[in-house]
Design a protein around this ligand. Structure first.
Ligand code: 4LC
Length: 596
């Protein structure tokens, strides 16, 4: 039943009691008497509980027992198995141990007992789930272990593969019985070895020293760290200031030089601080999915001017995290978010900057939409995500639209094949819960000739948003963000902006005779593009144009400030986007909105 976990010892320094300074601090910071810990995990949803501890010889033991089993049997098991590891004799040599185990040097199983917090021995017929309480003491021979039941625990701790000087390093971490914001952090840097010393050391690994200022969840290495690896020691904690077993991770490679000036550096001068309570800083950004950035077509046809390393995921993620963190936004709507990027990279990073993330995957795709909101300004009331093709097909709201489309089976089929989704989140202000807002995020069909398809997609999206903001939550304002793949001269833009589109608009024939359709559409909103109509939001070698918008409910919201886009010179320094100084082929739109 015991499993030897030697390989995890390095990752569990705290279990050995060497680095228990952090782990043993009580609520008031007082040091508890030095005692090894026995970590017990016991949750109602699972039939077994686990007991983890480190024996005197340094070997870690991990045991799983039925929660309902009487304590006596678990203790007997511990006695039996600890006999193989708890005496010093067993540690002396492989030979001695082999002899001992062969019976040449018989080892007596140690006496094992569990004492409750008040010092009484726990009766052997008490079921495990009840017996192993926090603060109990497990005695194995001479050794005593303090029982910690369900302490804050790190279930995942990971550093990104690529580290750049000047760019924030945000660990991916997951906790059980704790929270990332209550964990303790200590960052270390490799000790720089003098060339002469390195030669005599014969390539031996250098030591670690504390990185100056490295006690936060996010660490930004400086140029002084170039060439050095980083190490993070994380102690899981909870809001009660209870701390669990620390764990450490080392970066796989050293910190590398950053790219110098980036297109967002100047924009960050406008967004140093989070806006006050009456304002909502909103960002929309197509971040260019990794699954599209590194295809043969992308490298050779779409972005042949981009340095190959600038198209790599890790590199772009470094830029993206810094860019997004520096906007101090309240709402961020992203498009082309790879599922793994959301879970492993952007989600954890923006979490560290106070943003909560929601993700909507496109059907049969690996990318989708993400909406982030600032946790201390908003909380989530409800989500109403839809697939646009499915809603058109099935939702009673779209009965009229279905009838209008019925005469055009080819167009109908085309819309049905598209995987576009609409992410809808209803939030309320934490400072004034009566202030509710609907955040909609979408990415419409991309084809230059797909204007008619996008008109239908927009109509489906708006009918659903109307349902949420009129029927479900009467009269709440909407912010409708996205990559609409529509220039200001397109039918889609004039439909959203004016509230209607005529059946004779030229976009109904955007894809020729075969794919032609015609209808008039209306919607009840008064929507305006908050950032106006910039010359471009997408700038690639073969095309540039304004395709992204933040449409706001002009009845309820007004624009306080639009963060200027990067200059044409900045955008074209490396010919076009993406580049070493810009992570996407699109440019983020950012504005501060005010409740009217
Ligand atoms: C992509 C593209 C599409 C916006 N746009 C125009 N042409 C494009 C060609 C390609 C975007 C274009 O990057 N993608 C195909 O799937 C993805 C990706 C998704 O967004 C992909 C897959 C594999 C490899 C690379 C990418 C375009 C040019 N002029 C326009 C005018 C309007 C709308 C779109 C365009 C208008 N109004």
């Amino acid at each position: 039943m015991w499993r030897l976990l030697r390989h995890t010892l390095r990752a569990l320094p705290g279990l050995r009691g060497r680095k228990q300074r952090l782990g043993c601090r009580g609520p008031a910071g007082s040091a508890l008497p030095a005692m090894e810990r026995a970590v017990v995990r016991c949750v109602p949803a699972e039939p077994k509980l686990s007991v983890s501890l480190v024996l005197g010889d340094g070997s870690a033991r991990h045991m799983q027992r039925d929660q309902a089993e009487p304590l006596g049997r678990a203790l007997a098991r511990i006695a039996n198995n600890a006999g193989k590891g708890h005496t010093k004799a067993a540690k002396k040599s492989k030979k001695a141990r082999a002899e001992a185990e062969a019976g040449a040097l018989p080892l007596q199983p140690p006496t094992v007992c569990l004492f409750s917090q008040d010092g009484e021995a726990v009766a052997e017929d008490v079921p495990n789930a009840e017996a192993w309480q926090d603060g109990a003491v497990l005695q194995i021979g001479e050794a005593r272990y303090r029982v910690e039941r369900n302490p804050p625990t790190l279930t995942e701790l990971q550093l990104p593969r690529s580290l750049l000087a000047g760019f924030p390093v945000c660990p991916k971490l997951r906790t059980e019985f704790g929270s990332a914001s209550d964990c303790l952090f200590r960052w270390y840097q490799e000790q720089r070895v003098e060339p002469a010393a390195a030669a005599t050391a014969g390539g031996e690994r250098s030591g670690w020293v504390e990185a100056p200022g490295g006690t936060e969840r996010v660490f930004t290495p400086s140029n002084a760290h170039i060439g050095l690896r980083l190490k993070l020691l994380c102690t899981p904690g909870d809001s009660q200031r209870r701390y669990g077993v620390p764990r450490e991770v080392e970066s796989s490679g050293p910190v590398e030089a950053g790219p110098g000036a980036c297109t967002f550096d100047a924009r960050h001068l406008y967004t140093k601080k989070v806006t006050g309570p009456g304002l909502i800083r909103t960002v929309t950004y197509n971040i260019l999915a990794d699954i599209y950035a590194q295809t043969e077509l992308s490298r050779t046809v779409l972005y042949p001017y981009s340095a190959p390393y600038s198209l790599e995921l890790d590199y772009r993620q470094n830029l993206l995290k810094k860019e997004l963190a520096g906007y101090s936004a309240d709402i961020i709507c992203l498009q082309e978010v790879d599922k793994v990027v959301f879970t492993d990279s952007l989600g954890p990073a923006l979490d560290a900057f106070g943003l909560e993330g929601l993700f909507k995957l496109k059907e049969k795709q690996r990318e989708g939409l993400a909406t982030f909101y600032r946790r201390d300004k908003f909380s989530l009331l409800s989500q109403h995500d839809i697939a646009l093709n499915q809603a058109l097909l099935e939702d009673p709201l779209n009965k009229e639209l279905r009838d209008k489309l019925a005469p055009y089976p080819q167009v109908q089929e085309k819309v049905h094949q598209r995987s576009s989704v609409l992410q809808v989140s209803v939030l309320h202000s934490t400072s004034d819960p009566s202030r509710k807002i609907c955040i909609a995020n979408t990415h419409l069909y991309w084809h230059p000739k797909g204007g008619n398809i996008r008109l239908i997609q927009a109509a489906v999206a708006l009918s659903h948003i109307r349902h949420v903001t009129h029927d479900m939550y009467p009269a709440i304002p909407v912010i409708f963000c996205g990559d609409f793949n529509s220039t200001p001269s397109a039918g889609m833009y004039s439909f959203v902006n004016s509230g209607s589109i005529a059946e004779d608009h030229e976009d109904w024939g955007s894809n020729g005779e075969e794919q032609w359709c015609s209808m008039s559409l209306t919607h009840p909103f008064k929507l305006k593009s908050a950032c106006g109509e910039p010359a471009y939001t997408n700038y690639v070698g073969g095309f540039h144009g304004c395709l992204d918008y933040i449409f706001i409910d002009a009845n309820a919201l007004e624009v306080e400030q639009v963060i200027p886009l990067p200059s044409h010179e900045e955008v074209t320094t490396h010919q076009a986007l993406p580049s070493v100084s810009h992570p996407s082929d699109h440019i983020a739109l950012i504005c501060d909105l005010k409740w009217k």
